[in-house]
Design a protein around this ligand. Structure first.
Ligand SMILES: Cc1cc2nc3c(=O)[nH]c(=O)nc-3n(C[C@H](O)[C@H](O)[C@H](O)COP(=O)(O)OP(=O)(O)OC[C@H]3O[C@@H](n4cnc5c(N)ncnc54)[C@H](O)[C@@H]3O)c2cc1C
Length: 451
């Protein structure tokens, strides 16, 4: 069996090694990371998952990943804390045709069967979201336009909300537990782990990787190499003379204890789709507009602010996030957060969930503010497959969906390495897509979707 060095023990490197060993019996694997497993981007994940995308390949990819996560949940007594309360996308718009069209584009010929409308005229029943785990929850999408039904099931939402698109195959998991579950399997099957920073790679008769460890430099050799270096994937590729079309965009979240019970514990992952202008006082707005560096905070902000309960039914914390940043930056081991973010995201989230206003100006002291990079291609599709030089592979650019897609991404990269049969989406997620103009056009037309 060929030997493999995987650079990066985030969720993507771990999942690649896991499927390489588990499905293909390639157990001569060395995992290299400068830090502990799951310590960088993978530690910052919101850990949400969904099968809602505007392109069928992304739907198939995440559906496959959810199948694999469910398999692990089943086999492990749900160690990964998988639930399935779905994604509730809320809008005040009366016309939701563009949203419905996006669902049709993603689900293609299955859309008719998967989408159920609840506008007060039909007979379809809407099943709520009280079930605490992932089994036995309906598939598909419920579209609620009946205001009384919305008020009954989502009493805490802004009363101006006119429609909710409830994507049922979605929820959250513990990404950390998923990574640990896979690592345990790998350890039992002969995995080698090296802690140190990769500083150089030489090709020729396989790959020689220079690793700067606490005890000095060390050279590791293997027949094959996997670049799963997350935000540093571009740098690792450059060591082999390969330029990857990836960029890093920093995104943040906050988590805090919801002492006032503003967010019901069973609430699905809730997204306010509508753009908004944050309701600063007139005086605050005036001040912000005077300073060009922060004036953006007083102008219209994009939609997709999100909120969810964290830690299960018995927990008391909530998480808020808003991926409004669009500027690419150079990745740094030390991620610089924006001190304004907690206040901005809280005020923004208070629009959909007005009870959150109680925390404005008084977020709990133990509030956790964190962030990391979305490593992404311009079209927001991942890069999985051969990286160029023979025996070198990449599994990167998983943007804001790497936790949910890790299983399918790991499985796919392992299939490329083992030379076994691959799913229909394989070519499209490899570098080959840039030579397929029809595919690139269809990706651009589908749009990036929710980040
Ligand atoms: C704020 C935020 C929220 C998110 N929310 C979600 C979500 O709700 N759902 C979801 O599915 N995804 C989410 N994501 C995305 C998800 O977290 C990432 O896609 C995923 O963690 C990427 O994993 P990775 O293994 O590629 O990268 P990483 O976890 O960054 O792992 C890469 C590893 O490579 C190592 N490395 C790099 N260079 C070197 C080197 N030279 N030498 C040695 N080691 C090296 C690093 O130390 C690191 O451990 C979110 C991301 C962020 C930032």
């Amino acid at each position: 069996m060929p030997s493999t060095i995987v650079i990066g023990t985030g969720i993507i490197g771990i999942a690649t090694a896991y499927y390489l060993a588990r499905t293909h019996g390639h157990t001569d694997i060395t995992l290299v990371d400068r830090d502990q497993p799951m310590a960088f981007t993978s530690a910052q994940s919101g850990e949400n998952y969904r099968n809602w995308w505007s392109h069928p390949a992304m739907v198939a990819f995440t559906n496959r990943s959810i199948d694999l996560m469910e398999e692990i949940a089943r086999d492990s007594g749900n160690r990964i804390n998988m639930n399935r309360r779905g994604y509730a996308l809320a809008t005040r718009a009366k016309d939701i045709d563009p949203l419905v069209a996006q669902l049709h584009a993603g689900f293609e010929d299955q859309a008719e069967a998967l989408i159920r409308f609840h506008d007060g005229t039909g007979s379809a029943a809407y099943h709520g979201f009280e079930k605490p785990d992932w089994e036995g929850v309906p598939d598909g999408v419920d579209i609620l336009q009946d205001r009384a039904l919305i008020a009954k099931h989502f009493p805490g939402y802004d009363p101006e909300v006119r429609a909710i698109v409830h994507v049922r195959r979605g929820g959250d998991i513990s990404g950390q537990q998923l990574g640990m579950y896979m690592l345990e399997y790998l350890k039992q099957n002969g995995l080698t782990r090296i802690t140190g920073e990769v500083s150089d790679i030489q090709a020729g008769d396989g790959y020689r990787v220079r690793i700067e460890t606490a005890d000095g430099p060390l050279d590791a050799r293997a027949d094959q190499l996997v670049n799963a270096a997350g935000p540093f994937a571009g740098r690792i590729a450059a060591m082999l003379g390969v330029e990857l079309p990836v960029q890093n965009v920093m995104h943040q979240k906050i988590a805090f204890e919801d002492r006032e019970g503003a967010v019901p514990r069973a609430l699905p992952f809730s997204i306010d789709l509508d753009p908004q202008t944050i309701d600063w006082t007139d005086e605050e707005r005036e001040l912000l507009l005077q300073d060009e560096d922060v004036a953006w905070m007083a102008r219209e902000m994009p939609g997709a602010i999100h909120c969810r309960p964290d830690g299960g039914d018995k927990g008391s914390w909530i998480k808020l996030g808003w991926a409004y940043n669009e500027s690419a930056t150079e990745a740094d081991w030390q991620v610089t957060l924006d001190d304004n973010f907690p206040d901005i995201v809280l005020r923004g989230a208070s629009r959909l969930t007005p009870a959150l206003k109680t925390y404005i100006g008084q977020l709990p002291r133990n509030m956790h503010h964190y962030g990391g990079y979305y490593t992404m291609t311009k079209e927001n599709w991942p890069l999985i497959g051969p990286m160029g030089p023979e025996g070198a592979y990449m599994n990167c650019a998983l943007s804001g969906y790497g936790t949910m897609a890790a299983c399918a991404a790991g499985e796919l990269c392992a299939a490329w390495i083992a030379g076994s049969e691959k799913p229909a989406y394989a070519e499209g997620f490899s570098l080959a897509r840039y030579g397929d103009e029809a595919l690139m056009t269809s990706i651009r037309e589908a749009g990036k979707g929710l980040l």
